[in-house]
Design a protein around this ligand. Sequence first.
Ligand SMILES: [Zn+2]
Length: 91
Amino acid sequence: MMMDAIKSNELNRGKVYEWLDKYWEGGERPCAVCHESTWAISAEPVEVKSFRWGKFTSGGTMEIFMVIACQTCGNSHLINALATELMEIQE
Ligand SMILES: [Zn+2]
């Protein structure tokens, strides 16, 4: 998928809720670390860039993720927002 097909820098909330229902027991899945169910979804997607030893780079591979973080212990999960179509994409 081309990066310029992304319509906005926000997650598609409808798609996020669909994803949570399908894969995260509607947000009720217990945390594997603390066994609570106090998940929060990042307000914005985050990006992870390829590692370049000792250099700040603007190029290279970049992946975009939704963060699901446990509000009790901090255990966090990165869900690839492009692979799961959680971004708003230009039709
Ligand atoms: Zn936890």
